[in-house]
Write a protein that binds this ligand. Structure first.
Ligand code: MLT
Length: 250
């Protein structure tokens, strides 16, 4: 068994993603937003690393159903149709649309997974679907990795706590720690520290308090709602789509 948590894409060594099953977490807010968009009927989400790349991509696709979304400094990007709030991803706004998205930390984390065998997104919003997929990966391949988007390329409490929740649910109550890297052990310890209520660690994180200061308190509340957007986003060939639910959830 090999279960690794990586606290930021900068912590990924060259080749470390190759052939792995990876769960990317940016609970505040990109992975929550993508779950909301796909759950409410978006056809796909295309991550872009910069605003310029997002504009180019949208222009290349050129279809009338493309929507630009994302944030810089937490705020909507001028000229983009949507920001980076899960509450904006309503069925009326996103059903049947392809979203081209760029965010500060979430989309770079996704783009860092090049060479992985499979890439999924996880958050509180889709915890059960992510846990089922992680259990399947563990049964089939004996491994998975959780890649936290982090904040400004370093550790973020909100993502690390979410990694611990995913890992803890997969491992069950047991104390088996063989095969876990130190970041995985630390993530599990964070869950012991904060307990089962998501909102506490989200609010204690720098990302959470910055969002509250910007007026996005409701987004923190939404990101703390377990299984509210029960989809399994899968990232493949630069597109994120909703994967069929894992067999163990059917
Ligand atoms: C990110 O990708 O950096 C975040 O989702 C930031 C945010 O939501 O403001």
């Amino acid at each position: 068994m090999k279960l690794d948590v990586v606290f930021s894409p900068l912590g990924l060594l060259p080749g470390q993603a190759t052939g792995r099953t990876i769960f990317v977490i940016d609970i505040l807010r990109a992975s929550t937003v993508i779950c909301a968009a796909l759950h409410h009927g978006a056809r796909a989400v295309l991550p872009a690393s910069t605003t310029e790349e997002a504009l180019r991509l949208a222009q290349t696709i050129g279809a009338p159903d493309v929507l630009l979304c994302g944030e810089r400094g937490g705020l909507p990007i001028p000229g983009f149709a949507l920001g980076n709030s899960p509450l904006e991803m309503t069925p009326a706004a996103v059903r049947g649309r392809t979203l081209v998205m760029t965010t500060t930390n979430g989309t770079p984390a996704l783009l860092a997974t090049q060479g992985a065998a499979a890439v999924y997104l996880a958050a509180a919003a889709n915890l059960s679907a992510a846990v089922a997929a992680a259990r399947d990966a563990l049964d089939a391949r004996g491994e998975f990795m959780i890649l936290c988007a982090g904040r400004e390329r370093s550790f973020a409490l909100d993502d690390a706590y979410a990694a611990g929740r995913l890992l803890g649910a997969v491992l069950g109550g047991g104390r088996k720690r063989a095969g876990l890297n130190d970041a995985a052990v630390a993530s599990l310890d964070l869950v012991r520290r904060y307990g089962a209520a998501w909102e506490r660690p989200l609010r204690a994180s720098r990302g959470g308090s910055d969002l509250v200061a910007l007026g996005f308190d409701a987004d923190v509340v939404d990101a703390a709602r377990e299984d509210v957007y029960p989809v399994l986003p899968v990232y493949h060939e630069r597109r994120i789509t909703a994967a069929p639910p894992p067999a163990s959830l059917l």
